[in-house]
Design a protein around this ligand. Structure first.
Ligand code: ADP
Ligand code: MG
Length: 209
């Protein structure tokens, strides 16, 4: 995984988040406190704006700098969780490298595990993890099975869509939506939606090449 790919992904993510403002906004308004879109838009804007600073650095340092920037500049539960993702991914990328699909999948999985540890949540709690955990598992399994890049990207988008949809019927047991109890049923989780948007943005970028 090259630095230029990470930075192109950051730009694609920023554009996709802005394009999905209406969906993401309405979800956190329905079951959260309405700030998720602002948090995530600001996060993606700040990272996209670091292009010139990051472009000379190796991938693990880029990931580390993205993590620390998110930690210092983005509010909400999601800011801390995304920061943990990037900082842990950076650590594993530095130790093991990201020279092939399996290594990238391993770094991604470590990042998702950092979110699990920091937020003490898992699948089925109506959070971003309902997208990220199945995406990570699919990534590792399809990379290990020797699938092509195009096959992996399609599988990741499908896993993100199914994971997002699964949050609709859930009662939140983590995050702000907990207080809503059964009234949250019928709404998608905003963090799961923004993660699905980001996964699609990066996969579409790869599929375009
Ligand atoms: P806040 O909840 O502080 O207002 P955001 O609105 O930015 O922060 O983010 C809300 C999203 O964060 C939720 O939709 C959910 O996906 C995610 N989230 C909240 N708590 C957790 C947790 N403990 N583990 C994983 N994700 C969480
Ligand atoms: Mg919120």
């Amino acid at each position: 995984m090259k630095t230029t790919f990470i930075l192109s992904s950051a730009l694609a993510i920023h554009a996709a988040i802005v394009a999905h403002e209406a969906d993401i906004e309405s979800l956190d308004r329905a079951i959260g406190d309405g700030d998720h879109y602002i948090n995530i838009k600001r996060a993606s804007e700040v990272i996209a704006g670091m292009y010139n600073e990051l472009v000379p650095l190796p991938p693990d340092e880029v990931l580390q700098k993205i993590g620390t920037k998110l930690l210092s500049s983005i509010g909400g539960a999601s800011g801390v969780l995304f920061a943990s993702f990037f900082m842990e991914m950076a650590k594993v990328a530095k130790i093991n490298g990201t020279n092939n699909k399996l290594e990238i999948a391993a770094a991604f999985a470590a990042g998702v595990q950092a979110i699990v540890q920091r937020g003490k949540a898992t699948v089925g709690e109506k959070t971003m993890l309902d997208v990220l955990i199945p995406v990570s598992t699919t990534f590792t399994l399809s990379a290990a099975a020797g699938k092509t890049t195009a096959e992996i990207c399609q599988a990741l988008k499908d896993a993100a869509d199914i994971g997002l949809e699964s949050t609709r019927a859930m009662i939140a047991t983590k995050g702000r939506a907990v207080g809503l109890g059964e009234r949250g049923i019928g709404h998608l989780d905003p963090g799961a939606k923004s993660c699905q948007v980001m996964i699609h943005a990066v996969c579409n970028l790869i599929l375009k090449d």
